[in-house]
Design a protein around this ligand. Structure first.
Ligand code: PLP
Length: 371
């Protein structure tokens, strides 16, 4: 059956340019970049060009860009760096972080850390809450740039300022970590232009391949439990996945913020359809990416999802790349204050690959769902 794919916040179709870069590198530049022979040097040169290109897309220095196997690994490197501290301290995470960040809560608490959660009323983190909740024991603050369930865009500049103000007052460094997975390509956010210490990015959310991502580290260094292999300056050991890195660089180069215009038109059309049919729109209409739209019908999420699928439209009941995806998304809806709608919510997520016709089909499917 032909389908219309509206689950791009979960993963995207690889772009043809990225796939070409993957194939070309796999066949023509497959030597290990650490090898001392001429082909190894050629691979090392390609790796360096990919790093330059990714750094320029992030407005960052090359030494701040580390290739990883994806955002989850980038996040794990940052969070596991806490375990290198002499004494446990305190961390602050937002109430709507992705499971890759939130799942560290239990483990860190077991290790003696205090983990506090910053509220996210309506899906937004207030910089003054971050300021009030940060103290001299705080070692890390984690606030994502764009939420993967609601699409809300955080005021990262002001949040970073709040963290820095507290840092100055206490005279102790605080690592400000920003999960930028859903921001790349959807907003103009560039970590190099903000006062962010560490950030995570993922290839498969931006029409690149799976199994590749970026860890951005402003100062280019962080304490890690193991330097095994020494690749990526000892931050992330293991033979570099050069075909995937080349494909990620190609996908990043192809990102075009101008695509946002047509996505905004589609977002408006679906919002209008919802208001005509009495479907509740959960994603706010300000400070929210048009690529992600959460709505709640009167049906349980799974039923609405199945009925839309029967009409050829694939949406999500939440963040499909975490286990027990629906439960995780529900937690975000609840944290944002949508207690009643949480069990009925579905997420529509667009990409530049969608078409006007597909979005009209989706609008029709939503109408028939209600009738
Ligand atoms: N952070 C956010 C906001 C995400 O949406 C995702 C995936 O859904 C991740 C992190 C994990 O990304 P990856 O699949 O590259 O590990």
């Amino acid at each position: 059956m032909e389908y219309h794919y509206f689950d791009n916040a979960a993963t995207t179709r690889i772009a043809s340019g990225a796939l070409e870069a993957y194939n070309r590198t796999s066949l023509d530049c497959f030597a290990n970049p650490s090898a001392s022979h001429s082909e190894g040097h050629r691979s090392a040169a390609l790796l360096s060009r990919c790093r330059q290109s990714a750094a320029s897309a992030l407005c960052a220095q090359e030494r701040s860009v580390f290739f990883t196997s994806g955002a989850t690994e980038s996040i794990n490197i940052v969070m596991s760096s806490l375990l290198c501290s002499k004494r446990p301290g305190r961390i602050l995470i937002s109430a709507i972080e992705h499971e890759a960040v939130a799942a560290w809560t239990g483990f860190l608490r077991e290790k003696g850390w205090t983990v506090d959660t910053v509220p996210a009323r309506g899906g937004f983190i207030s910089p003054s809450d971050v300021y009030d909740m940060t103290d001299s024991q705080t070692r890390l603050v984690a606030v994502m740039a764009v939420n993967n369930v609601l699409g809300t865009i955080q005021d990262i500049r002001s949040i970073a300022e709040a963290v820095r103000a507290r840092e100055r007052e206490s005279g102790r460094p605080i690592l400000f970590f920003c999960d930028c997975v859903q921001a790349l390509g959807k907003t103009g956010l560039r970590p190099g232009q903000l006062d962010i210490d560490a950030a995570s990015f993922s290839g498969h959310k931006i029409h690149g391949p799976r199994g590749v991502g970026i860890l951005y580290l402003k100062k280019g260094t962080i304490q890690v439990p193991s330097h095994a292999g020494g690749q990526e300056s000892g931050i992330r050991g293991g033979t570099e996945n050069l075909p995937a890195i080349a494909a990620l660089a190609a996908a990043m180069e192809a990102l075009d913020i101008a695509d946002q215009q047509k996505v905004t038109v589609w977002n408006r059309l679906i919002r209008k359809t919802c208001s005509e049919c009495g479907i509740e729109v959960l994603s706010p209409d300000r400070d929210c990416t048009p690529y992600i739209l959460s709505i709640a019908t009167r049906l349980p999420s799974e039923v609405a999802l199945r009925m839309l699928q029967d009409r050829g439209c694939l949406v999500s009941a939440g963040s499909a790349c975490s286990n027990n995806a629906r439960g995780k998304a529900e937690a975000v809806y609840r944290a944002a204050g949508f207690q009643k709608a949480a069990g009925n919510a579905i997420r529509i997520s667009f990409s530049q690959d969608n078409t006007d016709e597909e979005v009209e089909e989706l609008a029709g499917a939503l109408r028939s769902l209600v009738s």
